[in-house]
Design a protein around this ligand. Structure first.
Ligand code: NDP
Length: 298
């Protein structure tokens, strides 16, 4: 939590807005994962995560490096398999097949997006659902929708739920409005909030009168990829606001929510950076532990 933001928030002469500190909460999760790694080590198990990346996209390279660094730091067996941008679909599928058969690999993550010549769906379906720590395989999507605990939940929406849980935000009976309906974020959140007995509304680019819908939200989650799009007029006073967006503008990161305009209204809000972002890797590590346990019948 930055001092600047704290100072800014303390100026508002209304019930204080609480910043949801994703950095601190993700550190808690990582500490819990480290304990699980130690417990598994006593049983001769080292959780293994392999990330597959195709091409040189700088943002993807950064994400992959930080996944590798974090998993290694916690004592996991961490590997990255790098393919050149012109790798064929067959090469990648062969690699996934080998990883599926490798007992030391518990989690497989293919960094998306993939180059045009490779069909993402084919690659996702090729991953053993029990090793699908990104939770994108149709079997895990189905498990999530049907409420089966075996589901691997995609890391970012899972991270959103953990933030709310650790912040003790009541979800049951609340009206949750999700802006964005991607497979990666918006859609998994629908199931996760329904499981917690929220009333859920989903908005997207064709939603009419977006403001009138978002104003109804007790909990507003925004994942649209539009720099500071959500303004004060979109938000009901006292709402909990979760900003998933990451937009790089002139070298700085901004969310999909105009933080300065919205924070005075919100009861709790995630900053960008330092909100949802750090949770994604923490939940990936948690999913890898889950996969290692599953593989070993624990
Ligand atoms: P997508 O581009 O896959 O989906 C964007 C969604 O937003 C779509 O459903 C789209 O609607 C909707 N949308 C776009 N414009 C509007 C609008 N004006 N009004 C209402 N809805 C709109 O994005 P992602 O879900 O992958 O990512 C969203 C944001 O979250 C990005 O900034 C991304 O960088 C960030 N992100 C952050 C992560 C993290 O770790 N914190 C992880 C993943 C993503 P439609 O379906 O109609 O096109």
């Amino acid at each position: 939590m930055s001092t600047l933001r704290e100072n800014r928030l303390s100026r508002y002469n209304k019930p204080m807005t609480t910043l949801i500190d994703g950095k601190a909460i993700s550190s808690q999760i990582k500490a819990e994962v480290a304990l699980e790694v130690q417990a598994l080590a006593k049983q001769g198990i080292t959780p293994g995560l392999t990330v597959v990346i195709v091409g040189e996209d700088p943002a993807s390279q950064t994400y992959v490096s930080s996944k590798e660094k974090s998993s290694k730091a916690l004592g996991m067996n961490s590997n990255v398999i790098r393919f050149p941008a012109d790798a064929s679909e067959d090469e990648v599928l062969y690699c996934i097949d080998e990883l599926n058969k490798d007992n030391t690999v518990h989690g497989i993550l293919v960094q998306l997006p993939l180059p045009k010549q490779i069909n993402e769906n084919k690659v996702i379906i090729a991953i053993d659902p029990k090793k699908d720590v990104d939770g994108f395989h149709p079997m895990n999507v189905g498990y999530l929708v049907s409420g089966n605990a075996e589901a691997f939940v995609p890391c970012t929406p899972a991270g959103v739920m953990v933030l709310l849980e650790r912040e003790k935000v009541t979800i049951e009976g609340k009206h949750v409005v999700i802006v964005g309906r991607s497979h990666m974020v918006g859609k998994p959140l629908i199931s996760l909030f329904l499981q917690k007995n929220a009333t859920v509304t989903v908005c997207h680019s064709r939603t009419q009168n977006l403001t009138s819908v978002t104003q109804l939200a007790d909990i507003l989650v925004v994942a649209i990829g539009k720099d500071r799009f959500i303004k004060a007029e979109h938000v009901k006073e006292g709402a909990v606001v979760i900003d998933v967006g990451i937009n790089r503008v002139d070298g700085k990161l901004y969310g999909d929510v105009d933080f300065d305009a919205v924070a005075p209204l919100a009861s709790k809000i995630t900053p960008v950076p330092g909100g949802v972002g750090p949770m994604t890797i923490a939940l990936l590590l948690k999913n890898t532990i889950k996969a290692a346990k599953l593989a070993n019948g624990i």
